[in-house]
Design a binder for this molecule. Structure first.
Ligand SMILES: [Zn+2]
Length: 346
């Protein structure tokens, strides 16, 4: 009898708390509004499958030799990005034509030569000190005597998405629709050797970490994994980490997707007990570890993952476009919202 009484008292408390929680979430969702969705669509449409394809093909060409950290192919790829940003009027946060955050050889545990994160920057008009970081690793596995590891999905796909997003924001800015907060496009080195480029960045940030609002990290977004092939559902993306530090970020991501892209957001790998531990396995984790909210965008593993057969002909460029457009619109919101993204969990 007593036990039952306690149970029903608890139920009562529980339902009260649930009610106010539901109300809070409703209020939060209602507060997430795009001022001018048609403007977002306009610039989002400059992200095209053809241009993405061109970038992916260049980045994963024989010429770039699998982009191994610090090797010739990696430096060629870095130069390719730098030239792209100069040609598109996207400035460097380091000033002049220095687009490289240099990392000394001593920093690398493996026998890697010195290398660099490649950085590009769109300055905000109202809160330039508040930084949105969009990142993706540039490096891949290089070559062996037998083969080149082209890394078209891992991560030329994410690299191309960053390039197209930066170009879209640059065009918008030129036409008077620049972001209120600043956006840093961060092409990371040495992800494959242990998230070292992002580790270096958080220890040597170009902009203070307390002013870093969020990190959206992209690693492999051009393919369909076997889980979704079987379901015949190619219209998806895995979302990992969005709700870990900020409830608001999760809903921004969902509402943006409902409004613009209608992808199926798959949260299976976001489970805290997920055995794959993807939340800890790409560069965003170094930001999350510092208390910065993150979203990790990922298409899952496939039969060509970390194999020489990860080639540009196997990328679905229409799907890559759609995923990049989701990330673009999410970045747009985070860079233009009235208030800075709130952290409510630690
Ligand atoms: Zn990767």
């Amino acid at each position: 009898m007593k036990a039952l009484l306690i149970a029903s008292a608890l139920t009562l408390v529980g339902s009260c708390a649930n009610h106010s929680y539901t109300q809070k979430i409703e209020n939060l969702k209602e507060s997430i509004v795009f001022d001018s969705p048609e403007t977002v669509v306009k610039y989002s449409n400059t992200i095209s499958p053809d241009e993405l394809s061109e970038h992916v093909h260049t980045l994963s060409s024989e010429d770039f030799e699998g982009r191994e950290t610090g090797r010739q192919g990696f430096h060629k790829a870095s130069k390719f990005l730098k030239d792209f940003y100069i040609n598109n009027g996207v400035l460097s946060p380091l000033g002049g034509d220095n687009y490289y955050q240099n990392i000394p050889k001593s920093y690398f545990t493996k026998d890697s030569p010195a290398s660099q994160n490649v950085v590009a920057f769109i300055e905000g008009s109202e809160h330039p000190e508040e930084i949105i970081i969009v990142s993706g690793h540039l490096d891949h596995l290089g070559t062996t005597d037998e083969a080149t590891y082209y890394g078209a999905d891992d991560n030329a796909s994410g690299t191309a998405a960053l390039m197209e997003m930066a170009q879209a924001f640059a065009i918008a800015k030129k036409e008077g629709h620049g972001p209120k907060r600043s956006i840093l496009f961060l092409h990371l080195t040495a992800e494959e050797s242990g998230l070292l480029g992002s580790n270096y960045y958080v220890k040597n940030p170009i902009y203070a970490l307390e002013n870093t609002v969020v990190n959206l990290n992209i690693d492999m977004i051009g393919r369909v994994d076997s889980i979704h092939k079987e379901k015949q559902d190619e219209n998806y993306i895995y979302i990992i980490g969005a709700d870990r530090l900020s409830t608001e970020l999760h809903y921004i991501s969902e509402i943006t997707n409902n409004l613009f892209t209608n992808l199926n957001l798959d949260y299976r790998y976001n489970a805290e007990d997920d055995a794959n531990r993807y939340y800890y396995r790409s560069d965003h984790y170094n930001f999350a570890y510092q208390g910065i909210p993150v979203i990790f965008y990922f298409n899952g593993e496939h039969e060509d993952y970390h194999k020489p057969t990860d080639t540009p002909d196997k990328i679905n460029y229409g799907l890559l476009q759609k995923r990049a457009q989701l990330i673009f619109a999410t970045t747009w919101y985070l860079a233009n919202s009235k208030d800075r993204l709130k952290i409510d969990k630690m």
